[in-house]
Write a protein that binds this ligand. Structure first.
Ligand code: HEM
Ligand code: FES
Length: 777
């Protein structure tokens, strides 16, 4: 553990209220992602965290990193402003987002039902009708400020409807919301603080008044009325203070986030015209386009936590009481997590792993409502105004750390070209709204096979290009893609064995530019005991075919710095190693490749590798008497390995990995990385799990949960739409009712007494103790 120098120079200058951060937060802190991912900002008196994994680790542990400061004023205000707030009896307190455990989880679970997919589906016709009506109002004008004329008001109307607030004075609420944002996340000048305090005080009183009116009609629809009804059952969980605070915070949580989210999304797509046109032509891309926009240009730029004990983030020691600003928008652009993060790729298969909705126990409860709204906006706009373009304008933002979206978004078009003047059919909805995270069908990449050659006996070397001509993301060595074996239902992962293009230095430009790859290469061995995938590729894939591909993704990443690499490949395990070795050679890092196989004729790329890598390559071919003695190899490497001078990367059969594991047992953590031929499927270890049957009592169906699948995966495979946020037992979303059978609880959501009651379980991680369990589904 290191203790960072408390103040360093770019950190000194860090100003989240300045134009640099407002215009593009991830670009503004790019230096930090590269060289100082956790730093202290003296201007803010916060620790700032900018890398994906560090931010996720903080979100994951809400005991060490309390959310209590999430709604605290980031800028302390003057006594005069505080007095103004006090004169309104302002008492914003804990809601959900800033509540600690165990109170938070009890409350969250008591209030979750209205966010279920089937409840949310009721709001869809209302959202669609609103969007249509607002577009009708300006479609013949040829010019509109989408923020003022639509994006601000519709999410506000939807938020009020969802919360159960009578349709009220919207301009007043807009003024209040902005004041709340500035008060909580902004840096108002002293003279502005008093006006802001009056608006926030009025907002507080307004929220109290609405709540009183709701209490008179507790059976009306709405999430707040649901809370009022739950208060009768659980008065200690759903308190008065909660209801009043949530009445105010809920309007902002449900409204501004989504209004900014759609404004950022449309801006991003129009700035990337060819992507906009792609989405116009193929509306099935919309659910994942929403996710990619939230990743690339989300409406929550940063979120806050405070440490409850001395701890460490990214190797930096933090004291108890350290305030932390997690720049989640920067995590979303972290090259360690997302391949080619600057590319807007609406087919990115892990776009939904962005941090814009937070993560873990507090992950946004309203995310599926927001997704639904954003999809409907995009569907209507891409269908009715595909020819619209951004007007020339400067974009301005309300200066604050967290809520981010342009104040205006001017677009223009020629009304004579409005498609509905020619064809009224464009007014019909073209795709179904997807409630929840996009599925595999929403982010597949059609790729055309342009070359199929034999790389060795029984090994096909296949080259793929983008079928619709759109850019392919560049990839890092060790990446793989998923290939769908047509309608066989089989999906297989294959490492990319080619190299992405090298960076080039354009004349007169100091920053090297990395061209995007034109093609992806994979090599597929026909397995003796094929489970269908490799046979299918060998028997059915021909030049000219179009394959459905997902990715690239990388779970087998090279470190940022290494003195010397030792690459070990067994058989077809050469595929990721080929890309890694090419990278090491290009970067000038010392390396050696040990390539193990039975017969040279069956070893893919062996001749090319010899030409490309010369003496760096050692071929251990048992058929030629060159059987690899891995014990000997590891003994030779052991001194340097133990000293941390080597990085060992290996891919191959289990026996080879076992030998390397034994030989490197005393090497420092992180210096030995293996890729297995078969995936371990999440955190489950099939070696220690057992298979069990789940009986779904309401539908009289039996399902088998195999050792390498979770209950959640099995239920979803069987078509049950079980919502799931964290998939790690942290958030309580995937709860299912248990009627019979003992549960092996592995979550951190249920209390001891709830576990003992045995009537519910978290399907993402918990399993059956015995061989059968009965669920009320
Ligand atoms: C929490 C973002 C829309 C209700 C959060 C958090 C973030 C967030 C960053 C904190 C997460 C954490 O601490 O891990 C967003 C964004 C939205 C959006 C970017 C739109 C694009 C909505 C909507 C609603 C909503 C439409 C309500 C209808 C909530 C609630 C929480 C929350 C209730 C607190 C959850 C808890 O602490 O257990 N949201 N949100 N949000 N959001 Fe959203
Ligand atoms: Fe979060 Fe299961 S507890 S998805």
């Amino acid at each position: 553990m290191t203790t960072a120098c408390p103040i360093s120079s770019p950190a000194d200058e860090f100003d989240p209220f300045g134009d640099g951060y407002q215009q593009d937060p991830p670009a503004y802190v790019a230096w930090s992602r590269e060289s100082e991912p956790v730093f202290y900002s003296p201007k803010l008196d916060y620790w700032v965290v900018t890398r994906y994994e560090d931010i996720k680790a903080i979100f994951r542990d809400n005991l060490t990193f309390s959310p209590a400061v999430a709604l605290e004023k980031i800028t302390p205000t003057s006594q005069e402003a505080n007095d103004v707030l006090a004169s309104y009896d302002y008492g914003m307190n804990r809601t959900l987002v800033n509540e600690d455990e165990p109170a938070h989880m009890e409350r969250r679970r008591a209030l979750m039902e209205p966010f279920d997919p089937e409840h949310l589906a009721h709001h869809e016709p209302m959202v669609r009708a609103l969007v249509r009506e607002y577009v009708d109002a300006f479609i013949d004008d040829g010019r509109a400020d989408l923020v003022n004329q639509m994006f601000w008001e519709i999410p506000l109307t939807v938020a009020l409807e969802f919360l159960g607030v009578p349709d009220d004075d919207k301009p007043k609420l807009r003024e209040y919301s902005v004041a709340h944002t500035v008060n909580t996340w902004g840096r108002p000048e002293p003279e502005e603080q008093v006006a802001v305090a009056h608006a926030v005080g009025n907002f507080w009183q307004y929220a109290g008044g609405v709540l009183e009116r709701m209490r008179e009609r507790p059976d009306d629809h709405g999430w707040m009325q649901y809370g009022i009804r739950m208060q009768r059952e659980l008065p200690e969980v759903v308190t008065d203070s909660y209801l009043h605070s949530m009445m105010m915070a809920g309007i902002v949580a449900a409204h501004e986030t989504t209004a900014n989210g759609i404004a950022n999304a449309v801006k991003l797509l129009l700035e990337n015209r060819e992507i906009w046109e792609q989405v116009c032509a193929d509306p099935t891309l919309i659910p994942n386009a929403v996710e990619e926009c939230l990743r690339h240009n989300g409406s929550q730029a940063a979120w806050r936590r405070i440490t409850t004990t001395p701890t460490e983030v990214g190797g930096v020691s933090l004291p108890e009481g350290a305030r932390i600003l997690m720049v989640s928008s920067s995590g979303n652009h972290d090259t360690r997590r997302f391949e080619d993060p600057e590319l807007v790729d609406v087919r990115r298969d892990d776009a939904a792993d962005h941090l814009t909705f937070g993560y873990g126990a507090h992950q946004c409860l309203g995310k599926n409502l927001a997704r639904m709204e954003m999809q409907i906006f995009l569907e209507e706009l891409t269908g009715r105004l595909p020819h619209m373009r951004l007007a020339a304008q400067e974009f301005s933002y309300v200066p604050n750390t967290s809520f981010r979206g342009p104040e205006h978004l001017w677009v223009e078009w020629d009304p004579a070209d409005n498609p509905e003047r020619r064809d009224p059919c464009v007014l019909r909805p073209r795709v179904e709204v997807n409630i929840g995270e996009p599925t595999a069908a929403h982010h597949s990449r059609p790729m055309r096979v342009v070359r199929v050659v034999d790389a060795a006996d029984d090994v096909r070397h296949i080259t793929l290009v983008s079928d619709d001509g759109t850019a392919l993301p560049t990839f890092t060595p060790g990446s793989h893609i998923d290939v769908e074996c047509a309608d066989s239902g089989i999906v297989r992962q294959y490492s990319l064995c080619g190299s992405p293009p090298a960076p080039v230095q354009p004349a007169g430009c100091p920053v090297p530019h990395t061209p995007r790859p034109q093609e992806y290469e994979i090599a597929v061995l026909r397995e003796q005991e094929s489970r269908g995938g490799s046979d299918w590729v060998h028997d059915h894939v021909h030049e000219g075919d179009v394959l459905t591909v997902r990715g690239p993704r990388n779970h087998f990443r090279l470190p940022e710095q290494a003195q010397r690499y030792v690459f070990v490949a067994g058989g077809i395990g050469i595929t990721p190693i080929r890309a890694m070795a090419a990278h090491a050679a290009r970067e000038g890092v010392a390396y050696e490749i040990h390539y193990l196989g039975r017969e040279r004729a069956g070893m893919a790329f062996v001749d090319e590798l010899a030409t490309e890598h010369g003496e760096h390559l050692v071929v251990h071919c048992s058929g030629e008497g060159g059987r690899a003695d891995l014990h000997r190899l590891m003994a030779d490497l052991s001194d340097r390995g133990r000293a941390g001078d080597l990085h060992l990367y290996a891919c191959g059969p289990q026996r080879m990995i076992d030998d390397l594991t034994t030989g490197s047992a005393d090497w420092p953590e992180g210096t030995v990385v293996f890729e297995h031929f078969s995936s371990t499927l999440g955190e489950l270890d099939p070696e220690v799990e057992h298979e069990f049957t789940v009986h779904l009592a309401d539908s009289d169906v039996d399902l088998v949960v195999p050792r390498d699948r979770t209950l959640l995966q099995t239920l979803r495979d069987a078509g049950r739409a079980i919502p799931a946020n964290c998939r790690e037992g942290l958030c309580g979303t995937c709860e299912v009712p248990v009627l019979d059978g003992d549960v092996d609880h592995r979550d951190v959501v249920l209390s001891g007494s709830e576990r003992r009651a045995g009537d519910r379980m978290m399907s993402c991680c918990s399993r059956a103790v015995g061989d059968r369990i009965v669920l009320g589904l």
